[in-house]
Ligand binder design. Structure first.
Ligand SMILES: Cc1cc2nc3c(=O)[nH]c(=O)nc-3n(C[C@H](O)[C@H](O)[C@H](O)COP(=O)(O)O)c2cc1C
Length: 373
């Protein structure tokens, strides 16, 4: 047990935060196309959700053009994208907030229409996801079979993450989060159903973890380990992912990551796996934070279906040090203050999660604005 509450200050990688209500990374498909850049509307959205001493983890952003697999999602690899994100980080910092960026490569969860050369998406192995994907012109189609990366191509993949990490630094972020969850490229390497490789990046657990660890070390060299977080979803089943026996895989991975002195480990609770796609609350599943806490000696952020009381209980139990909120941060721009006051939460409208434009994006009122109406 601890005495920590959502409003006990915390230091993450030397960065002082005044509360533990973190905004989870949320894809909203509002980037400017062509260019896939963050824009003024996104700067307003993040500024609305910034709070003094609060941490935002900005939405998944492609590390390279071939990492894209959804329309109107931002990247972080071109000068134009750096300039777009700079507006966002400036707006958040002006409110005293802190902001990390999530680094993303979708791997097999892509389509030739998103690929710079119109070719096959890349993945550890040529195994198609049993899922649908949105093409660049917004059609829903089954995921195509990806192309397996050659071993000789892997250093270039790591290089793309390093380049994106440098771009994020130039854009003024306070740190970066490596997206190794929810069925995307790095999780495809981790898990045995999607990684059938026979080289040093496939087969035994040590090999399947190699790419994630190499990327984590390479990005830590750019940023310093204390400014690099990582997100994992053990027991998750989003986007046709899932490891039959997660414990050996994730115990090894988390044990190795623990040695790097990263800013934080961000775990998605399995009960919320797939929350981006639909309303889910998987029952009778373990708590990832509770299971893996003993293996992780740094800051642990838990996410997935938290409301307020349950978040406080998890901190009090010591299973996590901070709680990330996703959907309720969409519909409550002043979520930390609402939780502090024990106020009601505005329900979110799933229909506008991924639409373009300001509706369902900039128009959720703060408590004070709602009271004044
Ligand atoms: C609209 C939407 C977009 C999301 N985009 C991302 C993303 O970009 N990166 C990520 O790691 N998770 C993403 N997620 C998952 C959330 O970060 C979070 O783990 C999930 O919604 C469960 O938390 P919640 O119950 O507080 O919403 C998304 C979820 C939603 C609803």
């Amino acid at each position: 047990m601890t005495n920590n509450t959502l409003f006990t200050p915390i230091s993450i990688g030397g960065m002082a935060l005044s509360h533990r209500v973190v905004m989870a990374p949320l894809t909203r498909m509002r980037a400017t196309v062509p260019g896939n850049s963050a824009n003024e509307m996104m700067a307003q959205y993040y500024a609305q959700r910034a709070s003094a001493g609060g941490l935002i983890i900005a939405e998944a952003s492609q590390v390279s053009p071939d990492g894209r697999g959804a329309p109107c999602t931002p990247g972080v690899h071109s000068p134009e994208q750096v300039a777009g994100w700079k507006r966002v980080t400036d707006a958040v910092h002006a409110k005293g907030g802190r902001i990390y960026l999530q680094l993303w490569h979708m791997g097999r969860l892509s389509h030739p229409s998103h690929q710079p050369d119109g070719g096959q998406p890349i993945a550890p192995s040529a195994v198609a996801a049993n899922a649908d994907i949105t093409t660049a012109d917004f059609k829903r189609v089954p995921c195509p079979t990806p192309r397996a990366l050659e071993t000789a191509e892997i250093p270039a993949v790591i290089g793309r993450y390093v380049h994106a990490a440098r771009c994020a630094m130039e854009a003024g972020f306070d740190g970066v989060e490596i997206h190794a969850a929810n069925g995307y490229l790095l999780e495809q390497f981790l898990q045995s159903r999607t990684n059938l490789r026979t080289d040093r990046y496939g087969g035994p657990i040590e090999n399947r973890c190699r790419l994630v660890l190499e990327i984590a070390r390479a990005i830590a060299e750019v940023w310093g380990a204390g400014r690099v977080g990582i997100r994992l979803s053990p027991y998750g089943i989003a986007n046709d992912s899932g490891e039959a026996e997660p414990m050996p895989l994730y115990s090894h991975l988390i044990g190795e990551l623990d040695k790097l002195g990263l800013a934080y480990l961000h775990l998605i609770e399995p009960r919320a796996s797939g929350a981006g796609q639909r309303e889910v609350d998987h029952k009778d599943v373990p708590s990832a934070a509770n299971l893996f806490r003993p293996m992780w000696h740094g800051v642990l952020i838990a996410a997935g279906n938290f409301k307020g009381g349950d978040a406080a209980a998890m901190l009090a139990a010591g299973d996590a040090d901070a709680i990330a909120f996703g959907r309720f941060f969409i519909s409550n721009p002043d979520l930390p203050e609402r939780l502090r006051r024990g106020a009601n939460l505005t329900p979110y409208n799933r229909a506008t999660f991924y639409t373009r434009g300001p509706e369902g994006y900039l128009d959720y009122p703060t408590m004070d604005a709602a009271a004044a109406e």
